[in-house]
Design a protein around this ligand. Structure first.
Ligand SMILES: Nc1ncnc2c1ncn2[C@@H]1O[C@H](COP(=O)(O)OP(=O)(O)O)[C@@H](O)[C@H]1O
Ligand SMILES: [Mg+2]
Length: 226
């Protein structure tokens, strides 16, 4: 198995405030194709910052991210947008679903952004919702779903454009322990059945141990553990 994603000497400094904040000071991290990698660390240590860089939602101050051997930040803005649209599925702590849209419509969004036909987008979204166990909730709106169900809609949405990697930022941070385990086990099943690669940021060390490998973010660097 080869490395799907490699972060090398990744740095991030935020310069908005009175003093620059150096959050990442040379992070080295890899994810092999089909692997589940956890990133743990206390609140404020830079987990979200790191995932944003890995998914090209933000640009690093230094270092590089290789995806399938390609330096993604050498791409144009359009090229980066295409990278996000095709290769990456994002899952967030607060689900980020659109409240006025049904589960099905929410899950269709990335497929529509990829310019698939409405019929194809709908077929894929239905299949993804079935896969996460929500086949009987297609026309429910987020407000009519539990937290765990909303996160499963968000996971279906993250799958629908068939990305190669899922970046999940505190995906269980808003869920009770039992539901957290259900969501993590769903990730494990998707990893086993689809061969998907995962990078999951969490402060839940117990869940993180279910991953194949992990890193602890400390002082702006990623220290491996296994
Ligand atoms: N856009 C931003 N501008 C300035 N500082 C930021 C920004 N985003 C995050 N930070 C700072 O970077 C640090 C790491 O934040 P974050 O990546 O959200 O950590 P974590 O996800 O591990 O809680 C924090 O000190 C936070 O205040
Ligand atoms: Mg965070």
């Amino acid at each position: 198995m080869s490395d799907l994603l490699v972060a090398g000497d990744l740095e991030k400094e935020y310069r908005g405030g009175p003093e620059p904040v150096r959050v990442l000071r040379g992070v080295n991290l890899t994810a092999t194709s089909g692997e589940m990698v956890a990133v743990v660390g206390a609140s404020g240590v830079g987990k979200s910052t790191l995932l944003h860089l890995l998914g090209s939602l933000d640009r690093p101050s230094g270092g590089h991210v290789l995806f399938d051997g390609e330096d993604i930040f050498a791409r144009s803005e359009n090229g980066l947008a295409r990278f996000r649209r095709t290769e990456v599925g994002f899952v967030f702590q607060f689900y980020n679903l659109l409240g006025e849209m049904t589960a099905l419509e929410n899950a269709m969004v990335p497929a529509l952004l990829q310019r698939l036909s409405r019929a194809e987008a709908q077929d894929r979204a239905e299949a993804a919702l079935q896969e996460v166990g929500l086949g009987d909730r297609l026309s429910h709106r987020p407000g009519e779903l539990s937290g765990g169900e909303q996160q499963r809609v968000a996971i279906a949405r993250a799958l629908v454009h068939r990305p190669r990697i899922i970046l999940a930022d505190e995906p269980t941070g808003n869920l009770d322990p039992k539901t957290s385990e259900v969501i993590f086990d769903l990730f494990l099943r998707l990893q086993a059945e689809r061969g998907l690669t995962f990078i999951i940021a969490t402060h839940n060390v117990e869940l993180a141990r279910k991953a194949d490998r992990g890193y602890r973010l400390v002082d702006g660097r990623a220290v491996p553990w296994s």
